[in-house]
Write a protein that binds this ligand. Sequence first.
Ligand SMILES: NC(=O)c1ccc[n+]([C@@H]2O[C@H](COP(=O)([O-])OP(=O)(O)OC[C@H]3O[C@@H](n4cnc5c(N)ncnc54)[C@H](OP(=O)(O)O)[C@@H]3O)[C@@H](O)[C@H]2O)c1
Length: 246
Amino acid sequence: MTKDNNYACRTALIIGGCRGIGRAIAIRLAKDGFDIIATARNSGTHSENLNNEICACGRKFTLLTFDVRDRDATAAAFAPLTENPPDVVVYNSGIAKDNLFVFMTPEEWDDVMDTNIDGFYHTVQPLIFGMMARKSGRIIIISSASGQTGQAGQVNYSASKAALIGAAKALAREIGKKGILVNVVAPGFIATEMTEHIPTDKVLPLIPLNRAGAPEEVAGAVSFLCGPDSSYIHGQVIPVNGGLVI
Ligand SMILES: NC(=O)c1ccc[n+]([C@@H]2O[C@H](COP(=O)([O-])OP(=O)(O)OC[C@H]3O[C@@H](n4cnc5c(N)ncnc54)[C@H](OP(=O)(O)O)[C@@H]3O)[C@@H](O)[C@H]2O)c1
């Protein structure tokens, strides 16, 4: 057990937990004292590096590999978790396939919806019964500022991220009385592989803090939502966006 362990023997599942924001969340929650289960589509360098970082925090690391779009593969990977689900579930998997709606292809629409929305159902729904039976838990869903305000060129992505906010609010109303807190974190412009192709000179003037966010700054909000100081925060959207949306 690490010295600063506030959450002894607890487990956090980060769906999409080996790269970018998900990786930062995994490391932060390990530092908070959670054992970590992270998912990725493949094992490889990202998961090996993460394993080393989590172990360096004195916590246990488990990798599950599957594609969240695949309901059967998800069910198979999660079978060992359904009876005794993790204390914390973070739905972070997500993709963007940007295009103006007038040119948007069926593949661009379907890929984003299948990953961002269907993936949420495939992964989180099977865990709910066990969490309700245990009468505790935290669910954090990673949405986006685009889901709050809409973003030109991102009709598919904005729709999927707005849908996650709606899903979180509805779920919060369903299972709050079972002691499970459900909240959303909505990042703005965060420096990861997802945003590396976006010209910063076009985006930064829109951000009052005039910089991209770091994945660790999103992870800090998730850490707060998993901790004791957020015990009366439920059904909310926490923005981490440098003022992009005010
Ligand atoms: N970066 C930003 O500015 C920003 C802003 C707002 C919201 N967000 C949201 O934050 C989340 C993380 O984004 P990021 O910036 O860290 O992007 P990223 O570096 O591209 O990471 C994407 C994550 O989603 C997972 N993923 C994608 N497709 C998947 C699939 N079919 N099955 C399973 N996992 C899949 C990836 O897993 P693999 O390891 O298998 O690839 C990876 O963990 C996303 O939901 C994104 O929409 C990001």
